[in-house]
Design a protein around this ligand. Sequence first.
Ligand SMILES: Cc1cc2nc3c(=O)[nH]c(=O)nc-3n(C[C@H](O)[C@H](O)[C@H](O)COP(=O)(O)O)c2cc1C
Length: 179
Amino acid sequence: METLQNVLTRRSAIRLASPAPSDEELLRLVAAAMTAPDHGRLLPWHLLTLRGVAREKLGQTYASCAGRDVNLRRRAAAKPLRAPLLIAIVFSPVEHPKIPEWEQLAATVAAVHTLALLLHDRGYGCIWRTGEVLEDEGVRSLHEVKPGERLLGWLYTGTAIDTPPSRPSPDAQSRLRAL
Ligand SMILES: Cc1cc2nc3c(=O)[nH]c(=O)nc-3n(C[C@H](O)[C@H](O)[C@H](O)COP(=O)(O)O)c2cc1C
């Protein structure tokens, strides 16, 4: 796909079904996403894939965050099952004399968005999902998030079921001016 076309047609996909990329295909895409700009080449992030039972485990952890109400717990447990593959994003900033944490976060987001564009290029859909559960100790521990690291959410990944509603064209002029 031509780059401009890729960027213009990428959308967050809310409803996702199989197929999702295999581990092998995903590894190739992650290798390509690692070329995103990254001051100092610190690669201050890693990804975790959750498929099948791992998604169910995450659902159970969500349910325990949802309180006692059975319906709320059931709904929470089903959330990670909305896509065949969840790619968890873990931010691992390092102490660096010249590269502050915000730059490391920027590099991480650049890599994640590059991955989203590459998934789109391969015909897959995804959506970056976050929420209060990111701070939950059970969720952090399931993802083996260490002190000083931060779980940034998940790329829910698969094949988009719906055509997304159109979005307004961005008003680029309001965001770009000469000094
Ligand atoms: C850091 C980040 C977190 C996001 N978290 C959520 C989320 O929790 N739930 C959700 O529905 N969308 C989430 N999104 C997706 C945005 O809602 C989506 O990108 C936005 O609505 C624009 O839609 P588009 O990607 O189709 O252009 C997130 C996006 C980013 C970049």
